[in-house]
Design a binder for this molecule. Structure first.
Ligand code: FAD
Ligand code: MG
Ligand code: MG
Ligand code: MG
Ligand code: MG
Length: 552
């Protein structure tokens, strides 16, 4: 026992101490990973097996291939084809798995507090010690303070997908009963999706495919025009984080397919048999409407987990973002002892502090030259020099520093032909904002996990070597490895038998489910095991031959 709360401390070692292997393991730095999702698994897959003693802690003992989850809700894919047991992934790096939930971290004692239910259903708590900790706990669904969400469905994990599938089937079966009234049948067959982001849109598209492709075969009694699919979106467009052309295409496609898209609308309450929402009309007035429904999917964005919130509170002023844990550009958790704790994926955001760094740098420069920093005015040539420095320190900012003359003009608010400190701070602040808003995607979590793996490998190799002597202020991370840089590889959404790609520069549409899956398996090639790819291929082949399986 020990630590601030005097809880049991779990020492996780393989078997007894007699074997050579377990003795060697004991010498290695303990790397504890919280979460076995996209971020955590990308890290595990690229980590050298021999450098660390690895423990993964997560309440979920499988990795879930989330991009395909909407397909599993309607039986296009089998759920088990989308999951990979964490223990199987850990086998390669001889790691351990503890099925438990992280509750808190004692940073100065290097202990994670975790909770689990014991055999009697009682909650037990204990500590797991670490030398390095990686937080990759993801996010939760954002309830937006809406009433009645116990009647709504979510789409985050396998359990959610199974529940959705069962409800969809149940509604069809009920609608078919001879005792069901016309009105009741219409309600049962009215499907509402709250949230016009990629998850909501893809679910709607999958559902629509199912209705068109398999319904008449399995439920010949049901009429297509009795079924309706609605998307309720608070913004003026669906897929609003995508390129405008993409969201337009999606809307046109849906309107042709008779998927009802309700924009500028907010759900106010979910009831068992209907949805109450407000809609802003073109003249600016707001009306409240009701929609009878037999199913509501809630997919309106994400918010931090309770664990993340606990940590942010504990770290006080070092954490200022309400939506995610802030790290520096080396993905180290701000406020925690340097080089102990990292955060990646949906639970985190990278804070660059471009403005502060550069302003401090210029201040010192001014003082050294005996000038008062507050009165400094940068001419365009000075600005070019500063921009060069920003590029060197923050390579990821380069793409936002392309039109230097335009930026200068835009931020020289008083048109004095120079930038003062206030104007410069605003300019850099804007660049900072663009850098910090990393998307909450598998793509990003995957890149961050890989980044940490490569860095940890390098650090392990260097740890006994010369490195330690060369390092300023014990900043091993910065000495061993470059800062994290996000590379956007484009976004994709699946809309009614066609995929919409947003590749940054322009866009294109490609037809067919196969295009989607091919693109995705190329895109995520390393994260999916051969086993998973086999299972998916078999599912698609089966579906192609026999249609979806539509039973419990
Ligand atoms: P996750 O993958 O969510 O993993 C978090 C892990 O932490 C889980 O194992 C969880 O059980 C565990 N955990 C939670 N709390 C704790 C705790 N207290 N202690 C320990 N462990 C904990 N992104 C794309 O790029 N492309 C797509 O096409 C795409 N489609 C999506 C479709 C759906 C239906 C969903 C839900 C998401 C989709 N995403 C997509 C987003 C993507 O899944 C997430 O951005 C990604 O999962 C984030 O990875 P992560 O590792 O941060 O979190
Ligand atoms: Mg993860
Ligand atoms: Mg996941
Ligand atoms: Mg995460
Ligand atoms: Mg000026």
């Amino acid at each position: 026992r020990g630590g601030p709360k005097n809880l049991p401390i779990a020492e996780v070692f393989i078997g007894d101490d007699d074997t050579e292997e377990s003795r060697a393991m004991k010498e290695k730095p303990r790397l504890v990973v919280l979460g076995g999702g996209w971020g955590g698994v990308a890290l595990l897959k690229d980590l050298n097996p021999d450098e660390y003693h690895i423990t993964v802690i997560s309440p979920t003992n499988y990795f879930l291939f989330t991009p395909m989850l909407p397909s599993a809700t309607v039986g296009t894919l089998e759920l088990r084809s989308l999951v990979e047991p964490i223990r199987r992934i850990l086998h390669r790096c001889r790691g351990h798995f503890i099925r438990a939930q992280a509750e808190d971290v004692e940073f100065s004692h290097k202990l994670v507090e975790v909770s689990q239910r014991d055999v009697n259903g009682q909650e037990v708590r204990f500590y797991v010690p670490y030398d390095k900790l990686v937080i990759a706990v993801g996010s939760t669904t954002n309830p937006h303070g809406v009433k009645g969400l116990e009647h709504a469905f979510f789409l985050k994990n396998v359990d959610d997908a199974r529940k959705i599938r069962n409800r969809v089937i149940q509604n069809f079966e009920l609608a078919c009963l001879p005792t069901t009234s016309d009105e009741e049948r219409k309600r049962l067959l009215s499907f509402v999706v709250s949230g016009g982001g990629p998850t909501g849109v893809e679910f709607a598209a999958e559902l629509y495919d199912l209705l068109n492709e398999d319904l008449s075969r399995h439920f010949p009694r049901l009429l297509r025009n009795e079924i309706s699919v609605h998307i309720i979106q608070s913004r003026s467009h669906i897929l609003n984080t995508y390129d405008e052309a993409v969201s337009k295409y999606a809307e046109e496609r849906f309107s042709r397919d008779q998927v009802d898209v309700l924009t500028n609308s907010r759900v106010k309450e979910v009831k068992e048999d209907k949805i109450i929402f407000s809609q802003k009309l073109e003249d600016g007035s707001v009306v409240t409407k009701e929609l009878p429904t037999g199913f509501c999917l809630w997919s309106t964005g994400v918010s931090p987990t309770a664990f993340s919130t606990t940590l942010a509170k504990k770290l006080g002023d070092a954490q200022t973002n309400r939506h995610a844990l802030e790290t520096d550009t080396h993905l180290r958790l701000n406020g925690a002892p340097l080089g102990d704790v990292y955060a990646i994926g949906d639970c985190s955001t990278v804070q660059n502090n471009v403005a502060n760094h550069i302003i401090t740098f210029l201040r010192t420069l001014a003082w050294k030259q005996g000038k008062d920093p507050e009165t400094i005015q940068l001419h365009f040539s000075d600005w070019r020099y500063v921009a060069q420095d920003v590029r060197k320190r923050f390579p990821q900012a380069s793409e936002h520093l392309k039109r230097l003359d335009k930026l200068f003009e835009e931020f020289d608010k008083d048109k004095s032909g120079t930038l003062d400190f206030g104007e410069l701070r605003e300019l850099l602040g804007q660049i900072d904002k663009k850098l910090t808003s990393l998307p909450a995607t598998a793509q990003r979590a995957h890149q961050q996990g890989q980044y940490l793996a490569h860095k940890f490998n390098k650090m392990a190799r260097l740890s006994q070597g010369l490195l330690a002597n060369d390092v300023k202020d014990g900043d091993l991370d910065a000495a061993a490895y470059k800062a994290f840089e996000y590379h956007h590889l484009g976004s994709l959404a699946y809309i009614g038998n066609s995929a919409v790609f947003d590749l940054g520069e322009g866009w294109n549409i490609s037809g067919g489910l196969w295009a989607v899956y091919t693109w995705r398996s190329v895109y995520f090639a390393q994260s999916v095991s051969f086993r998973t790819r086999m299972l998916m291929a078999m599912d698609w082949a089966k579906r192609g031959l026999f249609g979806r399986e539509f039973c419990d």
